[in-house]
Write a protein that binds this ligand. Structure first.
Ligand code: ATP
Ligand code: MG
Length: 412
């Protein structure tokens, strides 16, 4: 196979190499070829909209250099041009300067000084075309989270304009979901939500989280500030404790119910636990999040204060009810996740943050004890007494289980 005339490594891989990180994937841009000549070389085409091909051996993506030509107002109003497009024109359609570099062998091609922006820690848009795709707002916020870079003032301005124009209404739930799940894998995910809030995008993309902005909390327990600030700290604490994305999501949403507290009871939040459940459901439905996220979020809302106070727990019946909901007799998955969310909740409180978290072991101890309970002898005894109806047996089991947990909790 005759080798391709000009191949350039582009985009994220160049950025990652310059930052000393391992590129996840390598994308290439090809100049001087056509769709036909790529197919003739054994590449296979992927995607109908763009001239992107897979290398027959490495599986890397090779794209013909392209530009996007605006043909109508707003999002999706563009078409792709490939004929006679140069590498520089291809780089110019990219979102941020740090993503608009190329390498040919060892030679860096950097028309927008992406390297300078990496060194300065700045996210800067390449050009006015940034405004043509609202996904770029999410991407900029995501890179802010990943690298801890500042968004350049002119880019912040551009993002704000896009929000004000209503461009973000065109974002699909799938895309928002995808970006959020990627963000949940970063070390300091709160930066994403903070970056969105700083340009007014949080209200549009994550209204449930935006509902926490400015919501007061009792100062002694929450010197960090409002319910949004608390949620951000809890999310980041959770990211220190667990890589599991459902767990991090649960930490993010555990206090959503605080948005619904009536003004006359603020800054207390009685009942915010259950109030959070429909909020989580609404958020998960809108973003079409997988059910594992929904379950984790609901459980975190419902039980986080119970776990926070588990040292003072005196109600074996409530513990039994909780462990049943957490399916603790089948799996410790939900219990362990809640223990982590609880720890993050206790540690995400500014100066009032807990140093230790004995609640985790207490909770897991309760869960193991619950799982250890053997219902069979109770069922047999109930039958011997002549109790044969289902509800009767269930009641006998529940009572025995509560007694079992009471003894463990040293309540009797
Ligand atoms: P990641 O490390 O998360 O993969 P990435 O920057 O490599 O980040 P990709 O989705 O792999 O992201 O895209 C590869 C490149 O394509 C980007 O670096 C950027 O140059 C360009 N790109 C991707 N999406 C957009 C977009 N919505 N607008 C403009 N350019 C984009
Ligand atoms: Mg990439």
């Amino acid at each position: 196979m005759k080798s391709i005339e000009r191949v350039f490594l582009v985009g994220g891989a160049v950025r990652d190499l310059l930052m000393g990180r391992d590129p996840k994937d390598r994308d290439y841009v090809v100049v001087g070829e056509t769709c036909e000549s790529m197919l003739a070389r054994g590449f296979s085409r992927v995607g109908e909209d763009f001239p992107v091909f897979l290398h027959p051996e490495t599986g890397d993506e090779y794209a013909l250099a392209r530009t996007e030509v605006n043909v109508a107002e707003g999002y999706k109003g563009f078409t792709t041009r490939i004929e006679g497009v140069s590498l520089e024109q291809d780089l110019a359609r990219r979102d941020l300067t740090i993503n608009a570099m190329a390498m040919e062998g060892d030679r860096l091609i950097d028309p927008f000084d992406g390297r300078g922006d990496i060194e300065a820690g700045v996210l800067r848009h390449v050009g006015e075309a940034f405004g043509e795709d609202p996904v770029r707002v999410l991407r900029a916020a995501r890179f802010a989270a990943r690298y801890g870079f500042e968004v350049a003032p002119e880019t912040t301005e551009m993002m704000r304009r896009m929000v004000e124009r209503g461009d973000l209404d065109a974002l699909t739930p799938e895309r928002v979901c995808l970006e959020m799940i990627k963000v949940l894998g970063e070390d300091v995910p709160s930066r994403f939500f903070r970056a969105l809030e700083s340009v007014g995008a949080l209200r549009v993309v994550f209204p449930e989280l935006h509902g926490l902005v400015g919501v007061p909390q009792p100062v002694a327990e929450h010197p960090e500030g409002d319910a949004f600030e608390h949620s951000m700290l809890v999310l980041d604490q959770c990211a220190l404790l667990s890589k599991d994305k459902e767990t991090r999501f649960a930490a993010l949403v555990h206090d959503l119910g605080k948005a619904d507290t009536p003004a006359d009871v603020l800054p207390e939040h009685p009942g915010h636990e259950l109030a959070g459940v429909p909020r989580v459901e609404q958020m998960c439905a809108r973003l079409k999040l997988p059910n594992t996220f929904l379950t984790a979020g609901r459980l975190a809302c419902t039980y986080h204060t119970r776990i926070y106070r588990v040292r003072e727990e005196r109600d074996a019946g409530e513990v039994v009810a909780m462990m049943r909901k957490l399916k603790a007799n089948h799996t410790l998955e939900h219990v362990e996740r809640l223990a982590i969310v609880g720890e993050a909740d206790a540690k995400g409180r500014g100066e009032a943050s807990a140093q230790e978290y004995p609640q985790a072991d207490l909770l897991l101890g309760l869960a193991r004890e619950f799982a250890r309970f053997d219902a069979l002898p109770v069922v047999e005894q109930a039958r011997e007494r002549g109790e044969v109806a289902g509800p009767q047996i269930a009641q006998a089991v529940s009572q025995a289980l509560c007694r079992h947990m009471s003894r463990y909790m040293q309540l009797e």
